[in-house]
Design a protein around this ligand. Sequence first.
Ligand SMILES: [Zn+2]
Length: 276
Amino acid sequence: MPELPEVETVKRVLEPQLSGRVITKVVCPRPEIIAHPHAEVFFKKVTGAKITGMGRRGKFILINLEQGATIIVHLRMTGQLVVTPATQVERKHTHIIFQLDNQEELRFIDPRRFGRLWLQEAGEEDNFSGISKLGPEPFAKQCNAAYLAQSMGHRQKAIKECLLDQSIIAGIGNIYADEILFAAQICPTTPAASLTKKDWQNLARIIPKILKIGIEADYMTKEEYLAAEGKWQHKMPVLKAYGHEHDPCPRCQTPLVRVVIAGRSSCYCPQCQHQK
Ligand SMILES: [Zn+2]
């Protein structure tokens, strides 16, 4: 599943291509992917609308429309958003096509079909997409050591599981949780309640830093993005812990080990990421 850095990359690549464009027609062979409002209403409301810009909240992509409405997209496991020339052959699993006023199209492709789209109208309260339940962005001032300690410090759950909780911090997934804990030298199975003030201070500093490195590593030009068919690519050299079971720890050379926490695979160094 794409995490904050990959979703941010999608937003950064697509925004210059979509800003100022008008949606002239919507073709949707699979209306079930529209979660709100009713698909017919969605098509009617977005047709003729001008795209003014894009945003991101956690792992959600926001496509802002003139007059304050927003198309919200969650890619979930395998969703891809691409802007292609209208003449380009449609790929399998293309579920919705937004035809634009410049002979290009915004297409949503999703083999696993978990991805969803919503339309939030101007002034409408969003109690449907899940965005209202998200915690602060990792780059927000609010996401400081005091906030982390207060929101997680009483929990007996593993710190890794707490970092994945989107209602505490928005945007961190399995990969970056491993990378953050590796950088902070905290064992992922450590109960959050065992962390010290210094650990929370470290985490508050490291969380935005690691995600920023991810965003920079994920950078693609629109040509690269189209060639990759909208698939985010993790640049493995950037990842130090995730997916590196048995590889030597980049810090101390001890082989990294893999554990399963809350059903998710986690890699860490048993030597320099101490259990508290
Ligand atoms: Zn190590």
